[in-house]
Design a protein around this ligand. Sequence first.
Ligand code: ARG
Length: 281
Amino acid sequence: MVAASLPARVPTPRHYLMCAPRYFAVEYAINPWMDPSLPVDTDRALAQWTALRDAYLRFGHEVDEVPPQRGLPDMVFAANSATVIDGRVLGARFRAPERAAEAEHFRRWFVENGYREVTMPTKINEAEGDFAWTGRVLLAGSGFRTDPDAHAEAQEALGVPVVSLRLTDPRYYHLDTALFVLAEATDSAPAQVVYYPQAFSAGSRRVLERMFPEAVLATEADAASFGCNGVSDGHNVVLPLEATGLADRLAERGYEPLLLDISELRKAGGGPKCCTLEIRK
Ligand code: ARG
């Protein structure tokens, strides 16, 4: 492919909410990546997270931070705590009791920072862990965490069409471990996504094929290195260090991958996207 035929991948400014892993640990196992018997280096996690935050700042994005709380070792995974579209905030309700208290810290942050439409779900809802905004529709995962009834609740609360997808592989327990949006839909172009087909039920796979015939399909190796947990601003794409194959394929399509070491956070089953809650005004 010649460079001149590549579409321009134009970044759009983003606003992210993050939470430093000051109290990060793996003290319980609520997904197959977590093994509490293995050592975790909190300082290293903090350094990896800081590199991620600093990359966003270098790209020119705005980053706000929620103060981390002792006793909530997974709070670094901010993506699980709200879905924000058009300034409307739908908070979270966690499946695991160990994480339940995180939701209120984030709710309070939104209220204290002037967001007036803040709704809390009545159904289990792990927010952007299981919801991905394409610019036109909200893709919604279920199967392991978010209750399928939370999808309808999100549609009502946020006023956007929701498309439900079913996850079937416990290693890819949140939608954001199996799919991410490279570029939102515009008036002239459909949304661009990356996904790992094998993480979805047969029916959901067919839905994804229909909706995104030009998707970048992740391989088993891409998915196993948490490559589907990328964060894109439409041009820059942050990926885990090991996702080199996916990075090459995205570069061929005109994106600019940035590979970051998130090995410490992956011990909890997290990656770049899990640490990043997007605030869409
Ligand atoms: N240990 C956390 C959990 O199992 C990891 C969450 C990762 N976040 C995400 N958006 N996938 O809930």
